[in-house]
Design a protein around this ligand. Sequence first.
Ligand code: PLP
Length: 419
Amino acid sequence: MISATLNRKVTSMPTVTNILDDFPILHQEVHGHPLVYLDSTASSQKPVQVLEAMDHYYRTTHANVHRGIHTLSEAATTAYEDARRRVARFINAPSTKQVIFTRNTTESLNLVAYSWGRANLAPGDEVLITEMEHHSNIVPWQLICEITGATLRYVPITPQGELDYDALGQLLNERTKVFAFTAMSNVLGTINPVAELVAQAHAVGAIAVVDGAQSVPHLSTDVQALDADFLAFSSHKMLGPTGIGVLYGKKEILQAMPPFLGGGDMIREVKMSGSRWNDLPYKFEAGTPAIADAIGLGAAVDYLTQLGLDWISEYEHQIMTYAWEQLQQIEGLRILGPGPERRGGLLSFVLGDIHPHDVAAVLDMQGIAVRAGHHCAQPIHDHYHISATTRASFYIYNTTDEVDLLVTALNKAKSIFSF
Ligand code: PLP
C-alpha cells in the first residue's frame, strides 16, 4: 500500500519514506554511492504495484485479447479493457472509445499527423507548432507537411522561456488547421496554459493537439475541461511500463479519420476487394496490443490516483523550488527557462563551459543519474545557441536531501574542471 503517513494537505515537506519502499530499484548503490535518480523526465521508475500487476497477469491470465472464446482470453480481454477504463477516468475522458493504446507519445502524435493530417491538410494550409517542442511533436509534422504541401510554422519563445503570445496571435489565422503544442516543456519546464491555447486554436477553426508527455504524469488532467481535440502521453513517464502510450481524441474527429496502421483487430471485415474498419478505439489498434503493459499502466494510474495529482504536483513543486534556489547559488551555473512559479519539476542548466556530458559523468560517479544532451529538443537549444544542457528532474520518490547531494556533486564537477 502507498504510505498512510503521507500528508495530503501539504503544510510542510512530506515524508516519502513509504513511497521509497515501493521502488526496489532505488535501493541500490552506483559507484559506491546510494543511487539518486534525477532522470524521471526521461523515464520514471516503477513501483512494486505495477511490477506485481504485470507479473500476476503473465502468471495467471495471459492469452490474446478480443479473439478467443476460451476463459483465459476472456479474462485477458477484461483486464485489458479495465485498464482502458482506468486511464479514461484518470484524464476524465467521456468514453473508453476515445482512449487509444499506442506504443508511446511519439506514436500517438504520428497517428494524428498521418491519419488526420493526410485527410485534412493541403497546400495553403498551415500547421502551427512551437519552438519548445520535443522532436516527436516536430518531425511528424515536418513529414506530413512534406507529403501534403501544407506549411509548418513555429511559435517563438521569449527570453524567459515562455511562448511569445504576441507572435502566437499573429501566427494563428484562418489558414491554421492544427495547433500542436506541449503542455510542459521537457527542457525549460515551462507549463503552458493548455485550455487558453486550445481556445485560441478553436477560435480560428484549428484543432488543438496537446503533447501531454510531461504534464499527465505530474499535473491533474481533465480533457473535457481543457477541450483538447487530442492528447498524447506515455506510460513509462508516469510509473508505468515502457511499450505503451495513449492517444485521447474527440469522438467525432476520431470517427472521421482513416486508420493509421492496418492489420488484425482494426477491421470489421476483410475481402479481397477491400476492407471495412472496426469501431473506436479498435480502428486504431492494429495487431496484438501490449496487453501486460496496459495492465501495468492501469496499476500506475491507480497508484498516482491514490497519492492524488494535486499532492504530487505540490510535492514536486517544493522539491524543484528548493533545487532552483540551491542551484542559483552555484557561481557559473545558468538555469534555462522561467522561475519556479511557472515551471514543473525539472531544471535544465549549463555549468560554466563544462560540457553537459562531463557534468553528467561526474554526477554519475557520485551515484546521481541526470540526463545530458539536447533531450530530443534541438530547436530550443539552438534558440539559446547551445548544443546541450544537463537536466535534473524530480518525481514523487525524490527528496531535498538528494538535492543537497546534487549541489555537492556539481561543486565537485566545478573543482575537477577548475573554474
Ligand atoms: N514529448 C515530450 C514533451 C517529451 O518529453 C517526450 C519524451 O521525453 C516525448 C514527447 C516522447 O515520449 P516517448 O519517447 O515516450 O514517445
